[in-house]
Design a protein around this ligand. Sequence first.
Ligand code: ADP
Ligand code: MG
Length: 711
Amino acid sequence: MPLSTLANKKYTSYLNCKNKENRFLQTLISDLEEIKPSTIKQLAKLGLYRVQDLLFHLPQRYQDKTRITPIGNLQIGTEALIQGKLTSSYIYPGRQSSLFCCLTDNTGSISLRFFHFSYWQKKLLILNAHIRCFGEIRQGAKSLELIHPEWMVLRDKDGSIESHLTPIYPTTNGLSQTTLRYLIQRIINELNTKEIEENLSTELLKFIHLPSLHQAISYLHQPPPDASIALLTEGKHPTQQRLAFDELLAHRLALKQLKLHSYQLQAPVLQASRKLIKQFLTIFPFALTQAQQRVTEEILGDIAKNTPMQRLLQGDVGSGKTIVAAFGVLQAVETGYQAALMVPTELLAEQHLAVFQHWVSPLGIKVERLPTKGNIKARRQCLMELKQGDIHLIIGTHVLFQEEVIFHNLGLVVIDEQHRFGVTQRLALLEKGQGNNYCPHQLIMTATPIPRTLAMATYGDFNTSIIDQLPPGRSPIMTVAIPDFRRNEVIIKIREACREGKQVYWVCTLVEESETLQAQAAEKVASDLNQLLPELNIGLVHGRLKPQEKESVMTDFRVGNIKLLVATTVIEVGVDVPNASLMVIENAERLGLSQLHQLRGRVGRSTERSYCILLYHGPLSKLGRARLDCLRTTQDGFEIARLDLELRGPGILLGTRQTGLISYRVANLLRDQDLLAKVDQVADKLIAQYPHYIPKIIYRWLGEGSRYKDV
Ligand code: ADP
Ligand code: MG
C-alpha cells in the first residue's frame, strides 16, 4: 500500500480511539464557531485547514511590547515601545500634507511622522495628548523619528502593556495579524487545560535534550517578556529546535519508509536493444561528454534491474542533464513502458515539451504535457491516452500526481530540479505505479551540489551520479559587479550585444515572495527599458502571467523575435535558450550565491562568449562584496555552494529557497545541520521500538495541508 495512504489510514483508525484533545486538534477550522468564510479561504491559502495546522503555524518574528523604553535610551534601528506627551503637533503643508508630532518623556523627545492621516487621527494626535507608540527608531534630519508608528492614546497614564512578546505570523493578502493572533490565541486557551500530544517517549525526549512539543508550541506563540529575541530570530531557541527536530524527523521517517517500502516492490526491468538511443544519437548534434556517457551507463544499468532505481543525478547548470534523462526515457519506451518527467515550473514544463518533441517525436514517441484543469476537453483526452498507454512520455509540474492521473504502466519517473520538491510530492508520484505492486524507477536531477549529510536529509539514501564536466567549447561567463548608478553603461552594453545578434536577459529580483510585487517591479523595468531602448523588441515574463502568455513570450524569445527578456526569477531554473549570452541581474546583493549561480546558468549555454552583469545597490558591506567577488571569480557550482555556506555566517538567514535546498516549514537545513545526526538515530529507534508513533509524526508534518501545496 502506498506510504502516504498507509500513514493516513493508520492515523484515521488511531484517531477514532483518541481522547478529546486530539479530536480537537483535527477539527477543521471551518467547523469552529464564529469564523468568517473569507478568513477560512485566506487560511487555506496558507495551507491551514485544521486546528493543528494553526498551532504549527509559527511566528516569523516577534515584537517586544512588554516594556516601555525611555526615549533617552532608544537605539537606532531597533523597534521599541515608548510613551509620553505630545509637545507639538502640526500639519506640514505641501502637495500631500503630512502630520508631524513631537513626543516627549522625561528623558528626551522623538518626532512622529505621518504621511497619510485621517481626520480622526488629526483629532486625537493633539498637543498634550498622552500617547503610546511602537515602531522602528530611525535617525531623522534633526532628531530620532518614528515613521507611521502604531499608536494609541492613553486614557489613564499607565494603561496595561503586553504580558508576552507579540508574534508576527507569515500571512497572506487580506488576513491581518490581529485575526491570526486572535484565532491562535483562542486555540491555545482551549488547549491550556489539555496537552498537545507528544510525538516522542520520555526516554527519547531526554536523549534529544529539548522541550516537549506542548512546551515548544505554547512558548513560541506567547514567549515570556524575558525570552531572547536574538535566539528566536535566529531560529536557535530550544523550542524552535524542538519543532525543527520534529519536522526533520518526519521527513527522515518518510524517506526511510519510502526506501524500505520500495525494497519490497518490484520494478520493471527496462532492458532493450538500445535501438531508440542509437537512432536518437544520429539526430543529436553533439558528441556526449565522457561524464554524460558514464552517468548514462550508471542509469541504464540501474533500470535494467528489477529493484526500483533511486538515483540522484547532480550536475552543474548547463552540464547537459536533460539528454541523460532522455536516454532513460528512450530505454523505458523501447521496453514498452511509460515515463513521466516532473518539473517545478510551468515554464520548464513547456520548454521540456518543446525539447523532447523535437528530439524524440521523430522516433515515433508520443510526448504530451498534461493540460490544465481549465482545458477540460484536452485534459480528458490526455488522461485517457495516458491510461491506455498511447502517450509514452508525459511532462508536467506536480499536477502529475493528482489522483485522477492514471498511468497504463509507468516505468520511469524523472524529477528535474528536485530541490524544489518536497518528499510529499515524491511519495505521491511514486504511488502511481504501485497498483500492481511494482514501483517505477526514479531518477532525480539537481544542479544543487550539497554535502552528503544534507543530501541524505533531503533525498534519503539515494545513489548518486555526478556530471562533473561541461560540454566542450564553453568559456567561462565573464561576470562583473556594477553599482546601479552606472545603469547607463549597462544599457549601452545591451544595445551593442543585440546589434551583434545576441539575446539578453534582464532579471528583476525582489526578496519579497509576493508575486504581485515582483510582477509590478518587472513591469516598471520593462517599460523603462522600452523607452531607453526603443529599437529593441522587449518581452516580459513573470509569475502573474497566464500560462499561455508565458509560453508565447518564451517561444518568441527562443526563436529570437524578442531580443531582450525582462523576467522575474521565474526563469531561475532550467530555462535553456543557448543564443542568450548576456544577463543583467538587478539587486544581486540580495540573493543567495547558489541562486545567483542558477540564474547566471541561463547564459553560457553555447560556445558563444557570455556575460553576466551583477547590478548592486551600494554601498556593499564587506560580506556583500566578498559574496559578489566569489561569483566573479568562480564558475564551479560546488565551490560556490561551499563558499555560500561559509560566507553566510551566523546572523544572515536567507530562506532555504535561495540556497536551492528544499523548504521546510520550521526547519532550515543549513541552520539545523547539527540536529541531523540525532534525527537519524531517533528515526531508527522509533522504527525499532515505537513504530506506532511513525504515521502520526509523518502525518503531523506532511499531512494533507502540505501535500498539495504549490511549489
Ligand atoms: P542542465 O544540466 O542545466 O539541465 P541542459 O540539459 O539544459 O543542462 O543542457 C544545456 C545545453 O547544452 C542544452 O542546450 C543542450 O542541448 C546542450 N548540450 C547538452 N549536451 C551537450 C554536449 N555533449 N555537447 C554540447 N552541447 C550539449
Ligand atoms: Mg536542466
